[in-house]
Ligand binder design. Structure first.
Ligand SMILES: Nc1ncnc2c1ncn2[C@@H]1O[C@H](COP(=O)(O)OP(=O)(O)OP(=O)(O)O)[C@@H](O)[C@H]1O
Ligand SMILES: [Mg+2]
Length: 282
């Protein structure tokens, strides 16, 4: 638990004159859900793109299991074991659940038969296994995804991200546009991912969801890290204050998911009493 599976160090990202991220540190540990929150334009999507290889950083370092890595392309992220579920899910409505799960599998060669045919029976079996393991309920995996609920669609997209056996799963607004029951279903699934030992990074605007499943919450404000908190040591109001910049302080800094100490932890005040104030904006 002591070592983050994925860590960003002093990551900055410029788009021409726009400084989207400035010196951001961020960590994701195995077996935890870390939420990434911040106002519109705070830099959340930009940070996700850094981690998923869609938009490499202008400056700074990315560490995977302690090793410096370069994630210049989405394939680099996939190779390391970083899977991303984007908000639009990128599912094919007219195809069934099995086909959606294995889209692109042709190129991975996982279940290929001679002459390039996909093994339909093996795929269906694997789809059923996966859905069962994740306790995702749906009438049949041979339904077109167009006829699934929003929660089921999100579950299919998450299940698909697991096929490559990733260590980190990044979920962009997984509960946006979902009703109460569907949100509960997806939050349950997120907890199961954590229980499988994955590091789950969840981008969310919904603090109720964040407080329901996240272990830690990292706040971005105007492209800078503005505090990381253990959810059981902070109130929603304190997180809102960090998001808006209304108050600097009032929350505990939580660089680590437990009391474990790391050489590069945020100093003795963070690991000892956890009473160091959140860094406020200038
Ligand atoms: N390709 C780009 N070119 C120029 N500026 C960009 C680009 N992508 C993002 N930005 C800028 O970077 C900043 C951070 O944007 P980002 O999309 O990361 O915010 P966000 O936190 O995801 O916001 P939202 O909650 O609205 O999705 C914004 O000022 C945005 O305008
Ligand atoms: Mg965004």
């Amino acid at each position: 638990m002591a070592q983050p599976v994925l860590a960003l160090r002093n990551v900055s990202k410029r788009f021409g004159a726009v400084q989207a991220l400035t010196d951001v540190d961020f960590e994701a540990y195995p077996g935890e859900v870390v939420a990434l929150v911040g106002d519109n334009g705070a830099g959340k999507s930009t940070l996700v793109k850094v981690m998923s290889g869609v938009g490499p950083p202008s400056d700074g370092q990315v560490l995977f299991e302690g090793r410096p890595v370069t994630i210049n392309r989405p394939q680099d992220a996939t190779h390391l074991g970083i899977a991303t579920v984007y908000q639009d899910l990128a599912l094919c409505d007219n195809l069934d659940v099995v086909a959606n799960l294995f889209l692109g599998e042709e190129s991975r060669g996982g279940l290929l038969r001679p002459f390039g045919w996909m093994d339909e029976i093996a795929m269906e079996k694997r789809a059923l296994d996966l859905m069962r393991q994740l306790s995702v309920r749906m009438p049949t995996v041979r339904m077109p995804v167009a006829s699934l609920s929003g929660g089921q669609r999100q579950s299919v997209a998450i299940a698909r991200s697991l096929l490559g056996d990733p260590k980190v799963v990044i979920l962009d607004e997984p509960t946006a546009a979902l009703g109460v029951a569907q949100t509960a279903q997806v939050l349950d699934l997120i907890v199961r991912l954590r229980d499988r030992g994955l590091a789950v990074i969840m981008i969310s605007h919904n603090l109720a969801d964040v407080f329901a499943v996240a272990d830690r919450v990292a706040v971005l404000r105007l492209g800078r890290a503005n505090g990381t908190f253990h959810v059981d040591e902070v109130s929603e109001d304190q997180v809102v204050s960090a998001i808006t910049g209304a108050v600097s302080g009032g929350g505990r800094r939580a660089g680590l998911p437990s009391s474990a100490s790391l050489a590069d932890a945020a100093g003795p005040s963070a690991s000892a009493s956890g009473s160091a104030p959140v860094q406020g904006p200038a």
